[in-house]
Ligand binder design. Sequence first.
Ligand code: G1P
Length: 292
Amino acid sequence: MTTKVKKAVFPVGGLGTRFLPATKAMPKEMMPVVDKPLIHYAVEEAVAAGIEEFIFVTGRGKSAIEDHFDHSYELRDELAARNKTVEIAELDAWLPPAGAVAYTRQQVPKGLGHAVWCARNLVGDAPFAVLLADDLVLTDKPCLAQMVEAHIETGGNLVAVMDVPREHTGRYGVLDPGETRGRLVEVRGLVEKPAPAEAPSTLSVIGRYILQPEVFGHLESQVPGAGGEIQLTDALARMIGGDPFHGFRYDGKRFDCGDKVGFIQANIAFALARDDLRGGVSAYLKSLDLGA
Ligand code: G1P
């Protein structure tokens, strides 16, 4: 029987230099898409997938994330004084229960693999999820919930995958795919950020993983890879051939919010998906004379 996935790791230590000056005094994970910070979407997605413990691997200058998931007395008092009961109820609705959130710091930015390894003592000895807040998926059924369901059947390691244009393989972990069964693709190999000519396919990992705790042992001894960083992909590649290992073609549209164009697209798409904003935003888009 597959063990239930109860814990999720959110690596949020990155500097966010691509969004300076917005990220000078604010974590990149607090950048809002419409009216919610990126990290808020990631936590909501984890909750929808049945996650009960939320582990943030933070770094310097990330305290706004801790404040965001904390009770805010000042804000509540202000809202109460103005009889804003709906807003208070909304704030209470998504606040994780006391003790459900844990923070640990990645002291030195040594890469995604190192960030995940920093969570090893908090995760312990059970399968866990990893969510990268930069990757936002617009879909009816949240991406991680789809994966948790698939994982009940597959067990082992499961990574969310999508096809990317070949010229973009250098931005992703790329699969050497084996047999396909519905949304599942057997993983025969994994390469981090291969040049287009060397990529084994165009099927690429996006920032949603369900992993076996054995990955921590591999991360412990992992030597730096692409970009001189300790790569999660490299440690995962060493697990192929052991437990089942699948890519999962999730249902939904993924936005790369670590990229300015992707971030702007996400804002438009998430606004258009909302009843209260669709009219105004689509009217504006239609009014644009973009030329031929
Ligand atoms: C990370 C992973 C990469 C994965 C990507 C998804 O890269 O290392 O394998 O495909 O996330 O967004 P990063 O975007 O942090 O460079």
